[in-house]
Design a protein around this ligand. Structure first.
Ligand code: ZN
Length: 270
């Protein structure tokens, strides 16, 4: 497992050194024991996933744009491409980070913080901002546009959700794989005139026409509405990231780690 004895094998690389290097770039959290086990394999796979999918990393703790290494194999084995990437990251003092971004409520015409809005604990996030995965940014702009069309206001309770992660294992995924934990969902009430459409309104099928139209419009764009789930979720829209995939696992790890280690979070305009 793990080591590929092909012509494209990397130069001699002690497992302990590999583990230390994976630790430096932020994907391996266990003790470097010199044994290539499942944790090392997963850390390697996570590093490969980052190389292939992520457009940003940290360099000297600052955000740094990178070009995706699309050809890298995401299989947890140490091949030459992975070796070259890893040694370059070490040389450049690069570290993995998540893809969370900050969006100011003041940039959104029809989305506001609700009185119950939960601010992210990171000091890098202001009370006036919501935090979401970069890949779910369009969900926010689409909700805003559709809300504008229907003349309703979205009151946000929560977007990205923090999970107290014990950063001791390689990648510890939660039991309930919520879309909030990766930054792909938003909990909200839909305010239509004087009516707050909240979970009770939806449960009793007392939601307003404006709320109904908004939900229909967003579902047409392939977003999911929490009211369709069993059991019914609180009013919530999401952009599904299949929780059975490695991408979910990777994003969960990277985005939770990003908050718990106080990484910089890019601010983006809608
Ligand atoms: Zn939710």
């Amino acid at each position: 497992m793990g080591w590929k004895n092909t012509r494209k094998s990397p130069p001699k690389y002690l497992v302990k050194d590999l583990q230390e290097d994976l630790k430096s770039v932020g994907v391996f959290i266990s003790t470097a024991n010199g044994v290539f086990g499942p944790k090392t394999e997963k850390a390697l796979k996570l590093f490969q996933w980052v190389c292939a999918k992520m457009t940003h990393c940290l360099k000297d703790k600052k955000h740094y744009s990178r070009v995706k290494t699309t050809k890298i194999l995401i299989d947890g084995s140490l091949n030459l491409d992975t070796y070259n990437e890893l040694t370059q990251w070490i040389k450049d003092k690069k570290e993995v980070t998540g893809d969370l971004i900050r969006i100011s409520f003041s940039d959104l015409s029809n989305i506001e913080a609700s009185p119950n809005f939960k601010k992210i604990s990171s000091a890098k996030v202001f009370k006036s901002e919501l935090v979401i995965s970069k890949s779910a940014k369009k969900l926010i702009s689409d909700i805003n546009n559709k809300a504008k069309n229907e003349s309703v206001t979205i009151k946000v309770n929560q977007a990205f959700r923090e999970k107290s992660v014990k950063l001791t294992g390689a990648v510890v995924t939660p039991a309930k794989k919520s879309q909030h934990l990766v930054g792909h969902a938003i909990d909200c009430n839909i305010v239509d005139g004087d009516n707050w459409n909240n979970s009770t309104s939806f449960k009793n099928k007392k939601e307003t026409e404006g709320a109904k139209k908004l939900i229909t419009a967003l579902k047409k764009q392939d977003y999911r509405w929490g009211g369709d789930f069993t059991p019914i979720d609180s009013p919530d829209f999401d952009l599904k990231l299949d929780h059975t995939t490695f991408s979910y696992e990777a994003k969960f790890f990277l985005n939770q780690r990003m908050i718990s280690l106080n990484h910089e979070i890019r601010k983006e305009k809608i």
